[in-house]
Design a protein around this ligand. Structure first.
Ligand SMILES: NC(=O)c1ccc[n+]([C@@H]2O[C@H](COP(=O)([O-])OP(=O)(O)OC[C@H]3O[C@@H](n4cnc5c(N)ncnc54)[C@H](O)[C@@H]3O)[C@@H](O)[C@H]2O)c1
Length: 262
């Protein structure tokens, strides 16, 4: 991908899953990548497979840890990141009416507060230099919520709005901010869903594109939005979901022709 070569990039939650796929893709595009994760050993192991990469332990919910990580990143790469991908995220499932406030707060801390902290620290540094790109990972659930996903859909919708807020704050200072919303993707936290081949096939059929997505599908969209080729794309929320976000009528019982479909 043109426009990213040689740039230092920072990817959160990069010890595995989508984060690692994004780090691999950015590295393939020529970026020098800092992989951070609360699983520090995992981040270091993941970085070892890439050229010109380094892994760091960081809890994106802890201000001190985030500030310290930017310091370590700058020592390793000779300056702040040109690209930040806010990918770290967690989910707690279960009946919403029995959901604990602890679970609700924990998911909000990682998925929303973590994105704020990382974006603020990166944003200050990028704005001082007058350039940079931030890409936030949301979810299909930001626009199609499910009742059994606790705080997850609400936090992802909030990240989409926070993307616009940071886009307003940072755009005039040369920094672009966008979001990518993965849909049915066989990677990371969703891998267990696809273990049943029948369910996997049924889900693939329900997606308008006719298949389940891959981590590489998501990573390609992130790499594009982070690159100079997306130079005038700003404050956008790009769904990478094979059309899943507008597929409601595909799931509904067939209506007789001529009846209003509204
Ligand atoms: N896999 C999917 O189907 C899917 C779909 C839509 C959106 N997403 C989003 O993609 C992102 C990546 O998800 P994934 O599927 O790869 O999950 P994953 O569980 O494989 O990866 C998440 C990573 O975040 C790290 N992490 C958790 N808390 C952290 C913290 N406080 N600080 C730093 N790192 C922390 C974890 O250690 C883990 O390595 C998440 O934001 C998720 O919501 C995933």
């Amino acid at each position: 991908m043109g426009g990213s070569s040689g740039k230092p990039a920072l990817v959160t939650g990069a010890a595995g899953g989508l984060g690692l796929a994004i780090a691999r893709r950015l590295a393939a595009d020529g970026c020098r990548v800092g992989l951070i994760d609360i699983d520090g050993d995992g981040a270091v192991r993941a970085a070892a497979e890439l050229e010109d990469a380094a892994g760091f332990c960081c809890d994106v919910t802890a201000e001190e840890s985030v500030v310290d990580t930017f310091g370590r990143f700058e020592s390793a790469f000779g300056g702040p990141p040109d690209i930040l991908v806010n990918n770290a995220g967690i989910v707690r499932t279960g009946d919403l009416l029995e959901h604990t406030v602890e679970d609700f707060r924990k998911v909000t801390e990682v998925n929303l507060v973590g994105v704020f902290l990382m974006s603020r620290e990166a944003g200050v540094r990028m704005a001082a230099r007058g350039s940079g790109a931030i890409v936030n990972i949301t979810s299909l659930n930001a626009v199609q919520p499910k009742s059994d996903l606790g705080a997850y859909p609400a936090t992802k919708a909030a990240v989409a709005k926070l993307t616009e807020q940071f886009a307003l704050a940072l755009g005039p200072r040369g920094v672009r901010v966008n979001a990518v919303g993965p849909g049915f993707v066989e990677a990371g936290m969703s891998v267990p869903i696809y273990r049943d081949p029948e369910l996997r096939e049924a889900l693939g059929r329900a997606v308008p594109a006719g298949r389940i997505g891959t981590a590489e599908d998501v990573a390609a969209a992130v790499a594009f939005l982070a690159s100079d080729e997306a130079g005038f794309i700003h404050g956008q929320h790009l769904m990478v979901d094979g059309g899943g976000s507008f597929a409601l009528w595909k799931q509904m019982p067939r209506l007789p022709l001529g009846e209003a479909e509204s």
